[in-house]
Write a protein that binds this ligand. Structure first.
Ligand SMILES: Cc1cc2nc3c(=O)[nH]c(=O)nc-3n(C[C@H](O)[C@H](O)[C@H](O)COP(=O)(O)O)c2cc1C
Length: 354
């Protein structure tokens, strides 16, 4: 039986355990450039024992940021400061992942601790957002510009360029952000995509933007390294994207050579009723993993080592990602090993504490 502290090999990469740091925006950057905050934030979680450390949603173009303070990879100049981080994470025995992203109609907002509201057009930080259809996320958000087919192709090539820069920056694990109501999710959800061309309407048409984006990434991302994606497994809304569709999508992704689906949910509908509770997204991962026969990660209100271990033991996911719990405790894996009675070594500098 596989356990939380068993290694996991995907392509040429081996995680020392199945504990992942879920990507978490830090809204702490200028013009997309990584800095000391990100080095310490991600570095601490690598020293804390995580098998996989995924850098937050990193925008493929300035318009693709959630806030003006997001990380970005739209310029070669962004590579060097990230390389410092991947070097350090690797030196601590963790695998370096990055999530590349486009915020679509949910961009151009302020950082959460400044209210998180959409910026006003009169604010010089404001930008015009884009989406599959001219429909705002909610009444306080701006109406996005409806992408033309040429603009769709341009954004797909920006994703590929960011993937290439991710590789140059030393990342070994790529996660395409296709969840939480951002651009790719906006395309595959029937609630935000009202197009009448080949990118809207049927399931095949709504997933086309994602599929073509992955194909563009595959022209630059090496076969030896894991290519993964985070999806929202359900819109939690009548008439929206469903777990059934997620399984159908995952079967297609598997055929294309995508290695793992990180199963989150929601984020596209502001008044969706999400059944939040410990491990509430595990059934989505379970369905995708066991019906589409593809590796998955699960995430969402998983805080106890026993719970994380149980999910792996019962084959409901291949990796357990922790978000907020990792913000509370960078050393969660070291504490979890102790709780579960597993021999897992802290860095030598910290051995006297664990
Ligand atoms: C501060 C913060 C920033 C986040 N940023 C991202 C992000 O960049 N990309 C993403 O896919 N999810 C993001 N999320 C969602 C988390 O990755 C995670 O899926 C969610 O918090 C649920 O897991 P948890 O209950 O363990 O926190 C963020 C969450 C938090 C709390």
């Amino acid at each position: 039986m596989t356990t939380l502290f068993d290694p996991l090999t995907i392509r040429s990469v081996t995680l020392r355990n199945r504990i992942g740091v879920s990507p978490m925006c830090q809204y702490s950057y200028k013009d997309g450039f990584s800095n000391e905050w990100q080095l310490v934030h991600l570095g601490a979680r690598a020293t804390g024992g995580a098998g996989l450390v995924i850098a937050e949603a990193t925008a493929v173009e300035p318009r693709g940021r959630i806030t003006p303070y997001d990380a970005g990879l739209w310029d070669d100049a962004h590579i060097a400061p990230l390389k410092r981080i991947t070097d350090f994470i690797k030196s601590q025995g963790a695998v370096t992942g990055i999530q590349i992203a486009h915020a679509g109609r949910k961009g151009s907002t302020d950082k959460p601790w400044s209210g998180g509201k959409p910026l006003k057009e009169s604010d010089d930080r404001w930008w015009q957002t884009v989406g599959p259809s001219p429909q705002a996320y909610s009444s306080d958000y701006q109406t996005p510009h409806e992408l033309t087919k040429n603009e769709i192709k341009e954004i797909q090539s920006l994703f590929a360029a960011a993937a290439k820069r991710s590789l140059a920056a030393g990342f070994e694990w790529l996660e395409l952000h296709a969840a939480h109501g951002y651009l790719i999710h906006e395309f595959y959800s029937p609630l935000s995509n009202h197009r009448i061309d080949e990118y809207g309407g049927s399931f095949e048409n709504r997933i086309r933007f994602m599929i073509e984006t992955i194909q563009a990434i595959q022209t630059v991302w090496p076969k030896e390294l894991p290519l993964t994606t985070r999806i929202s497994g359900s819109d939690w809304y009548e008439g929206g994207w469903t777990v059934y569709e997620s399984v159908e999508l995952a079967k297609i992704l598997k055929k294309m050579g995508v290695d793992l689906v990180d199963c989150s949910s929601g984020g596209n509908i502001s008044n969706a009723k999400v059944p939040v509770g410990p491990g509430y997204q595990v059934p989505i991962s379970d369905a995708v993993r066991n019906k589409a026969n593809i590796a998955t990660a699960t995430v969402g209100l998983i805080t106890s080592p026993q719970h994380a271990d149980e999910i792996i033991r019962n084959g409901r996911a291949d990796i357990v990602m922790l978000g907020r719990e990792f913000l509370r405790d960078a050393y969660w894996p070291l504490h979890a090993a102790k709780t579960l009675g597993v021999d897992f070594k802290a860095p030598p500098q910290y051995l006297r504490a664990f």
